[in-house]
Design a protein around this ligand. Structure first.
Ligand code: DAH
Length: 343
């Protein structure tokens, strides 16, 4: 019996040291130890020569040895199988590689890029600015001095008070920064993220994206504004879409207007998307207020200009008929992966 234990120990060391670089080697192991003519079977066959009082102990030792060899075989099999690491000589290198899942652009990015490219074709350059703004660029320079009631419509998140730093409520602040540089004429569009202190719902969020535009030169008129925006709408939504302007109020433009397009769903006959009016609002615009030009050091007797601002979420919702704004920021891939094609 003692002899047997010594022999078994030696076999166990051999088994431990057995290396199988591929599945053939693992099979060799199986045949050698676990096959019908293998070592385990052979040693089991010794049972008949064991004295009756040792039979039980012998059986136990052998069983344990068998389990040990089987466990090793399972490990060898797993590490050399196709699912595990296939060895170089087994791998079929001609097979195509596993496809890497490619992401797709976010619908807001797709639509923003489209808006930008339409205006670039009209000669507008992209201008960007900080999302954390000071009071001057976000409000005061835009003819929205402290305590002006129109500030109420754009409540935001303050990072610091005295001096006031805040999250910008619109990218009009970038227009101010460009005007302050003093290089005229100016023809820019300002895409970017903006923030407002709003209750989150299907139609409003505490952050969203805008593209604002500004054109300042000599003799710019409302007709230029109208034609520029008409071109944009036709490029964005198609040639059949109509536009209309409604008088409105913004402190930084005079006169100011809101622009509607004919409803894309019903074509203007009335449906629940356009609330049975046939029109949907898409942006605010107007002629740059002389106070705004003066605040930025531009001679308002010599120069005129127009400005406009639109929400990218709004355009995207109209373009793709998305009913809930929250989908844009929930990161649900089932939603996001639907937008693969350029608009
Ligand atoms: N800044 C305005 C807003 O966020 C939108 C806007 C309206 C921008 C008229 C303009 C403009 O440049 O002329 O509500």
């Amino acid at each position: 019996m003692d002899n047997l234990l010594l022999t078994i120990d030696q076999y166990k060391t051999d088994i431990n040291n057995f290396i199988a670089p591929n599945s053939e080697a693992a099979e060799t192991f199986r045949i050698k130890y676990l096959g019908t003519k293998g070592l385990v079977k052979e040693l089991m066959g010794e049972m008949k020569n064991v004295t009756p009082e040792n039979k039980r102990a012998f059986g136990q030792v052998m069983n344990e040895f068998k389990v040990f060899a089987e466990a090793k075989y399972e490990t060898l099999k797993a590490s050399t199988s196709k699912d595990g690491q296939a060895s170089a000589d087994e791998a079929d290198l001609s097979l195509p590689a596993d496809a890497l899942p490619l992401g797709s652009r976010h619908p807001i990015s797709l639509v923003r890029n489209r808006i930008v490219s339409i205006f670039q074709r009209l000669g507008f350059a992209v201008a960007e600015g900080p999302e954390i703004e000071d009071d001057w660029h976000n409000f005061t320079a835009l003819n929205l001095p402290e305590n002006h009631p129109a500030r109420d419509m754009q409540d935001t998140f303050y990072i610091n008070q005295n001096p006031d730093w805040l999250l910008r409520t619109h990218t009009s602040s970038v227009q101010v920064r460009e005007m302050e540089k003093g290089k005229l004429p100016i023809r820019i569009i300002c895409p970017g993220r903006v923030y407002r202190n709003e209750t989150i719902s299907a139609r409003a969020h505490c952050f969203f994206h805008q593209v604002e535009g500004l054109y300042i030169a000599e003799n710019v008129s409302f007709a230029d504004l109208k034609q520029t925006l008409y071109f944009f709408v036709q490029e964005m939504f198609g040639k059949d879409v109509k536009i209309r302007f409604r008088p409105s109020y913004f402190p930084f433009t005079e006169p100011s207007a809101e622009m509607d397009i004919s409803c894309l769903i019903c074509g203007g006959t009335g449906c629940n998307v356009c609330k049975y009016t046939g029109w949907v609002e898409i942006l605010g615009c107007g002629m740059a207020h002389p106070n705004l030009l003066d605040n930025c050091g531009i001679d308002s007797n010599k120069y005129t200009g127009f400005a406009f601002g639109m929400g990218v979420e709004r355009i995207t919702m109209l373009k793709y008929q998305i009913k809930d704004l929250r989908l844009f920021s929930e990161n649900d891939v089932r939603f996001l992966k639907q937008f693969t094609a350029a608009v």
